[in-house]
Design a protein around this ligand. Structure first.
Ligand code: MG
Length: 340
């Protein structure tokens, strides 16, 4: 078995601003797992919020002894081995997890969603994310997102009211709101959510800082729309802690260390009668197509990372009027556009 990796810079269509800051490009790491003449593709999109950089991803990949994951079919065992190397390094572990799943699908000649017993007819619609911006730019972005029926609006800064006024001046689409921990007291969070309930909003993602779980529970008792955890739910071990504070979880492959753990989280959340959402970082079609394989299990999808970039080196999952279209190709269904 051979494990190869290389750095890549994903260029963003627009400067992307959320409550934590702005950026124009994101560094990721592509992984290739080659075994028996078959290559599985994977991707790590590290986030500083979770203590990772491309350097930490590469440091982790260097520690991996490929002999320990020599049978890609033994995913549970291989994932346990990767976790034994590090409880963190989430996106680095994700890259190998995706590559293993891609390899298995290709070895069997079957799309991953089929192996998991999921129908491509059951995919949800993905939202399209609109970052924090000046009114003119917001209007332009909403125009560019015309084909997507669901918009995810980033709030949590100083000008929430201005943003919502601008958005509602140009569209009456269903909105999902992500405050990215931006509302710092329970009173502010409550006031914002009560206001947004009247603005055609479907749910609120991570209204308050992750270390204010009790405050979040206090707010949740006083509002009627679902509150979804994002920064509060990193790995599967976090899910049971959220009972009473959140109505659902936003799973991201880059937080939970891959598809295998994401599946465990999905079924745990469902057993707790919580809603399940999958989101993403800024990612190429590799990681988005991987996450999309699980999308028939979701209540809400926010898998637009590859739609926000201009230099995706792969083709894979697409969307029609927002609905996720899974490819009938083996594995995660991606093809490199040129020579990797
Ligand atoms: Mg979020």
């Amino acid at each position: 078995m051979k494990l190869r990796y290389h750095l890549f810079e994903l260029k963003l269509r627009h400067t992307f601003t959320i409550a934590r800051g702005s950026r124009d490009a994101d560094q990721i790491v592509f992984v290739e797992l080659e075994h028996d003449g078959i290559t599985g593709y994977g991707e790590a999109a590290p986030a500083m919020r979770y203590g990772e950089t491309t350097e930490s991803v590469i440091d982790f990949l260097k520690k991996v002894n490929v002999e320990k994951i020599a049978d890609p079919f033994s995913i549970e065992r291989n994932v346990q081995y990767l976790e034994s190397l590090s409880q963190k390094d989430y996106s680095a572990r994700t890259a190998i997890d995706i590559a293993m799943h891609d390899w298995v699908g290709k070895a069997m000649g079957v799309p991953l969603h089929k192996i998991l017993g999921l129908s491509p007819d059951d995919t949800p619609k993905t939202s399209f994310t609109i970052g924090i911006d000046r009114p003119e730019v917001l209007k332009q972005k909403i125009k560019e997102a015309e084909e997507y029926p669901l918009l995810k609006i980033k709030l949590g800064g100083e000008n929430d009211e201005e943003i919502m006024k601008t958005v509602r001046s140009v569209t009456d689409k269903v909105l999902r709101i992500d405050a990215n921990e931006g509302w710092k007291t329970r009173e502010v969070a409550l006031e914002k959510i009560l206001w947004l309930q009247g603005e055609g909003v479907e749910f609120i993602e991570q209204p308050m800082p992750a270390d204010q779980l009790l405050d979040t529970a206090w707010v949740r008792e006083r509002v009627s729309i679902p509150i979804i955890a994002d920064e509060n739910v990193v790995t599967m071990y976090d899910v049971p802690k959220l009972r009473g504070a959140f109505d659902g979880i936003n799973i991201k492959l880059m937080k939970c260390a891959g598809l295998h753990n994401a599946l465990k989280m999905i079924y745990t959340a469902k057993s707790m009668k919580m809603k399940v959402m999958m989101g993403c970082m800024v990612e190429s079609s590799v990681a988005i197509s991987a996450a999309a394989q699980l999308s028939p299990l979701l209540d809400y999808a926010d898998l637009d990372g590859n739609l926000l970039i201009t230099n995706d080196p792969f083709t894979g999952v697409t969307a029609r009027d927002g609905q996720i279209l899974l490819q009938a190709k083996p594995g995660i269904g991606v093809t490199p556009k040129g020579d990797m």
